[in-house]
Write a protein that binds this ligand. Structure first.
Ligand SMILES: [Zn+2]
Length: 104
């Protein structure tokens, strides 16, 4: 299995092909490399609603089920991870503002 072409987009930071998935754990959006990767640590599946879901492959659930494929979270390979929060309006004090952590 691999993502349908209409799911594939490109990383804003490095231009690599990625797919946006929702984590099955908490429904957060997570970028995953579009290319399946046998060494990846997550399993992606296409939901009945047409949305891609991603789950972490754990010791408790190591099996790749039918309809799932193994992939790598994009942040594992992105050469340009998100910088600290950047405001759109030029210089702005950022003290006390914690950037949103990049999801692992
Ligand atoms: Zn990237």
């Amino acid at each position: 299995m691999k993502p349908a072409s209409h799911h594939i987009t490109t990383c804003r930071r490095c231009g690599a092909p990625i797919v946006w998935c929702l984590t099955s754990a908490n429904g957060r959006r997570q970028p995953v490399n579009a290319a399946p990767d046998e060494t990846g640590n997550v399993a992606v599946s296409s939901g009945a609603d047409g949305v891609l879901y991603v789950r972490t492959i754990t010791a408790a659930r190591p099996d790749i089920k039918a309809g799932e494929w193994r992939a790598k979270p994009h942040h594992a390979t992105c050469p340009s991870p998100p910088p600290p929060r950047r405001s759109s309006g030029g210089q702005r004090a950022t003290s006390g503002v914690r950037p949103v952590p990049w999801q692992r």
